[in-house]
Design a protein. Sequence first.
Length: 141
Amino acid sequence: MGVPMEKRAGIEEMLTYLPYFENLEEDKICKIVTEELAEDGTMPVEHLLYRSPLLGFIEDTYVANVLIQNYVDIMNLEAMGEIELEVLVYGLEQASYELTMAVLTCIIVQEKYAKGIWQIAAKEGWFLKILQRLQELMEEE
């Protein structure tokens, strides 16, 4: 039930980020940048600028080709309809490789729609829990 052979190299690359997430300092996740008041009087806008190595981790998930396109279907099927992300993350101890990767994919993809989810995932230890589960799955035959 572990990690498929064709995905092992990519997962091993991702696991090199374990020490970063184990010793994560909140101020090293991202920087909040505030745009100044525009000439037309509109309010300032805040943006998150993510820092390395978090950006490297996200990029490496794409390069390693381990993300799952049908992640919502897998989360619905394997989690029996429970798709509240936080609940899924904290229930990963017994999760399959497919569900673990579906949760990771969901977090990574959702940054486009829910700005700040990478910050939450890093700060709350979600990425760490995912990597720890992947490490366990790598050890399974």
